[in-house]
Write a new protein. Structure first.
Length: 309
């Protein structure tokens, strides 16, 4: 019985296609501006007794935390593999986005509870001041979102940061409108209602991130990769008779990995490995490929014995 083990790895640079410097700068500015705004908005919310401003400040604070976590995760994922961490630290990006989503859900739960309690008792509020603070929020959130626009498709954490900031700009727009309504109508209950609407928006926008990061943390097949299509492609390789032990998972939020055991006939040539790797990368965005090839008349028996093992 002859075993031929062919391990093919194709490594591409960790991190993101754009210059790391520009992304570092984007995170630096985003974090600094948002910390400043959280201080201003929470101070104003407390001073003017506006739950909508406090909710928005709470949301912005979790954004600051998420920006810090995402920046930390991307930095870690760029570190080289070690003897202890042979895959490197890429997985931190997935774990961080999961932690970020959980923190956000906890924060909005507390704020939502407070808003429900306030619905019956609406204190008088300074609508004009609330609107002015929220206008500053629109400028800061929209500006920060633009900083991440270019890199958002390359990494789940950058995309998370971009979506957070874009959603925040819209939320601040809602706060501006509510402030003006309160100023001219005296409907102060709008503040608590808007707070609940903001909570709903956050839950809705975070749910997808929570689900996807949980899936990736459990080494599920990454979204966008069709495992059936991968199997079909491998079966069509000349000389491939059988496929087993096929696994596809995310090594980080930017890189995917595949391992497979191919049982082949004499029609299969070892030179085909580089083509397989190239096509798996181009067609399925799988950058790290390890394939074990098993040939010879006993190959079927070996595969069955291993399957029953």
């Amino acid at each position: 019985m002859e075993h031929s083990h062919s391990h093919g790895h194709h490594h591409h640079g960790h991190g993101l296609p754009s210059s790391t410097g520009s992304l570092n700068k984007a995170f630096g500015w985003g974090i600094a501006l948002n910390i400043l705004f959280v201080v201003v908005e929470s101070g104003a919310g407390w001073y003017y007794n506006s739950l909508a401003l406090l909710t928005d400040a709470g949301h912005n604070l979790t954004d600051v935390v998420s920006l810090l976590l995402a920046f930390f995760a991307i930095k870690l994922s760029q570190r080289k593999p070690t003897e202890r961490f042979t895959y490197g630290y890429g997985k931190t990006t997935t774990l961080v986005s999961l932690l970020n989503a959980i923190l956000l859900m906890l924060a909005v739960g507390a704020i939502g509870w407070e808003a429900i309690g306030r619905l019956g008792t609406s204190p008088e509020l300074n609508g004009a001041a609330i609107s002015i603070v929220a206008v500053i929020g629109i400028a800061i959130n929209a500006g920060t979102a633009l900083l991440f626009f270019r890199d958002k498709e390359h990494d789940i954490n950058v995309k998370g940061a971009y979506l957070h900031m874009a959603a925040d700009a819209l939320v601040s727009l809602g706060v501006v409108a509510a402030g003006l309504l309160m100023r001219y109508t005296g409907w102060f209950w709008i503040d608590a209602v808007l707070s609940l609407i903001i909570v709903s928006i956050i839950v809705w926008s975070t749910w997808g991130l929570l689900k996807e990061s949980l899936r990736l943390s459990l080494d599920a097949v990454p979204q966008g990769i069709d495992l059936k299509a991968v199997q079909t492609y491998l079966r069509q390789v000349p000389g491939v008779e059988q496929i087993h032990d096929l696994h596809v998972w995310a090594m980080s939020s930017t890189e995917n990995s595949l391992t497979a055991h191919l049982v082949v006939t004499d029609a299969y040539q070892d030179e085909q490995l580089s083509t397989i790797r190239k096509e798996l990368k181009e067609q399925f965005q799988i950058q790290h490929v390890t394939i074990q090839v098993e040939r010879g008349p006993m190959s079927q028996a070996c595969a069955q014995a291993e399957a029953h093992h």
